[in-house]
Design a protein around this ligand. Structure first.
Ligand code: NAP
Length: 254
């Protein structure tokens, strides 16, 4: 069973994780935020930070055994499936209460031409025949698009690694992005289709508005399923309430 410490491990890499860490620190709660170490110059959350993988579910369980923590909040990105699965597996073994904080996905509005797919590979197939593709899926997984012959615009925080499509321009940028800037970018590159993961949130939603306004279709990759039995909240406030409620029986209905 877990010791009665109030220290919280926040699995991060998202704006929600940073905001949660900030709010907990402001309330006097001890926090250790964990980052994967993918981004060269990450925006660091307040409080203690550790960087780098744990070594799978077993590694995280060992870390939890060696570091006094009373609860774990998995606030990683909706597409960070391996970390989310590891957190569920490790906490099931160690008995640590685990909460999944995951912002809602995006919802189509009138005028949107959205085409849903399940994988990046399916997204690559869905853009066949288009002439100018805006790839905003992040720099990981771009290999799925390597065979595209269309002009491709790739935007990512750090430079993407090969293999990339043959005719690729790269824009290095970190959100948030404004609708005006996104509209200008789509026009400048004569983009005729946008590809994105259903990341949700405000930081990167402007591209969807710009695409709607310009009549450009969007291929969206659906979110992977969450591990069963882990309670889920969609706001930082709800995650704060969960932490404040402290140890005790937790169910997926909490
Ligand atoms: P992933 O595929 O689920 O994770 C791969 C491995 O990276 C994990 O097995 C784990 O290594 C390590 N890892 C991931 N998140 C970690 C964390 N918060 N702390 C410590 N180790 C972590 O995740 P990903 O898609 O590579 O994402 C990596 C990070 O970038 C995450 O923190 C995520 O929140 C953030 N992010 C991801 C995306 C996206 O589209 N996937 C977008 C924006 C931000 P071990 O197995 O060795 O523990």
């Amino acid at each position: 069973m877990v010791s009665g410490t109030g220290r919280v491990l926040v699995l991060g890499g998202t704006g929600e994780a940073r905001r949660l860490a900030g709010a907990l620190v402001a309330e006097g709660v001890e926090v250790v935020s964990s980052l994967a170490g993918r981004v060269a110059d990450p925006v660091l959350p307040p409080g203690e930070v550790r960087i780098g993988g744990f070594g799978g579910a077993a590694g995280l369980a060992a870390w939890l055994g060696a570091n006094p923590v009373g609860a774990v909040v998995d606030a990683t990105h909706p597409f960070a499936t391996t970390m989310t699965a590891s957190a569920a597996e490790a906490c099931a073994v160690t008995g640590h209460p685990l909460l999944r904080l995951q912002r809602p996905g995006w919802t189509a509005q009138p005028g949107d031409d959205w085409r849903w797919v399940d994988t990046l590979e399916e997204a690559a197939a869905a853009v066949q025949g288009f002439g100018s593709v805006f790839l905003t899926t992040g720099r990981q997984g771009l290999g799925a698009f390597a065979g595209l012959t269309a002009r491709c615009l790739v935007r990512s925080v750090d430079p993407p690694a090969s293999p990339l499509p043959g005719r690729t321009s790269v824009v290095l940028a970190r959100g948030p992005f404004s609708v005006d800037d996104e509209r200008a970018l789509l026009r400048e590159h004569a983009v005729d289709v946008v590809v994105t993961k259903d990341s949700g949130g405000h930081m990167t939603a402007a591209k969807l508005t710009a695409a709607r306004e310009l009549g450009v279709p969007v291929v969206l990759v659906r979110r992977p399923p969450l591990p069963p039995g882990v309670p889920v909240v969609v706001t930082v406030d709800d995650a704060l309430s969960w932490v404040r409620a402290g140890p005790g029986p937790r169910t997926s209905a909490d």
